[in-house]
Write a new protein. Structure first.
Length: 280
């Protein structure tokens, strides 16, 4: 094949199907996923017989887990239904209304106190200042049409499991600082404000340095465990059950080893001048 000019090449992709066309296309459960290669010459990857249909990227399920010398809670995000989206919008609207009323009431009280003291505010104005709460202070949802998680779902899902676990450790005298990666839901204002209210300290994510995050070691282990120990899933419930079982099977000894390696990794990064190319 190589002598004839063929090699294993990635075929070019067709544009994604429109919604009506996608409804009439069937798929087989358990079909091949991931990178696909085909035997072709360099000028043949654009032929109709070689090209494959390109599917739009999407997210159906996402997994979140937490640990600190002992295993913490985990959470699985399902694809959000239209009813859940509508319920989230109603809940956020009510929360924004309450926040707006509290902010404006607090400012009115402060104005009255300044009038009693016959003092002006920091801008040397007594009663002409507008109410401080404006629309940009409201929480908004980042709806993902193809699945995914926004700050609201992250707060209502994973954080409301992690925060009680962190607070329980603090009551037992164990210092705990939350570390999350730089995903948009983790950096969202609605999630960070919730952590501030609950008095949970959060560490800044070290960009481009996954070596200092012990949780990065967990994903390959979970992936291998699910791939080797279970058959391909056909429903979201089966997938969640496999993920949770793999999380429960993750040993505490292995987790502690990952955590104990972090100080040494940080020392190596410092000796390398801030770089993480010291493994080679």
């Amino acid at each position: 094949m190589y002598e004839a000019g063929y090699s294993r090449r990635k075929p070019d992709g067709n544009p994604p199907f429109p919604e009506l066309r996608r409804e009439s296309v069937f798929t087989r459960i358990g079909e091949q996923q991931g990178i696909i290669r085909t035997w072709a010459r360099p000028d043949e990857i654009f032929d109709d017989d070689i090209k494959k249909d390109r599917k739009p990227m999407g997210a159906a399920l996402q997994f979140f887990g937490a640990f600190r010398y002992n295993k913490g809670p985990c959470h699985v995000y399902y694809h959000e239904t239209q009813e859940e989206i509508a319920a989230g919008e109603v809940a956020l609207k009510f929360e924004n209304d309450v926040t707006r009323a509290q902010s404006n009431s607090s400012q009115i009280t402060a104005r009255r106190a300044l009038q009693v003291l016959n003092e002006a505010d920091v801008n040397l104005r007594r009663s002409t200042r507008k109410l401080q709460h404006v629309k940009k202070h409201d929480y908004h949802r980042g709806i993902q049409t193809r699945g995914g998680v926004d700050g609201y779902r992250h707060r209502e899902g994973a954080l409301k499991k992690v925060v009680p676990w962190v607070q329980d450790m603090k009551k037992r005298g164990l210092k705990c600082v939350l570390l999350e990666d730089g995903a948009p839901p983790h950096k969202s204002r609605i999630a960070n404000n919730y952590l501030t209210v609950e008095k949970v300290e959060k560490m800044a994510w070290a960009g481009h340095s996954p070596d200092v995050n012990a949780s990065e070691h967990a994903w390959p282990v979970l992936r291998r465990h699910v791939t080797k120990q279970f058959t391909p899933t056909r429903t979201a419930e089966e997938t969640e059950a496999q993920w949770v079982k793999a999380w429960d099977a993750l040993s505490i000894e292995r987790i502690n080893k990952w955590v104990e390696q972090v100080p040494e990794v940080v020392r190596r990064i410092i000796r390398s001048g801030g770089k993480n190319n010291f493994h080679g």
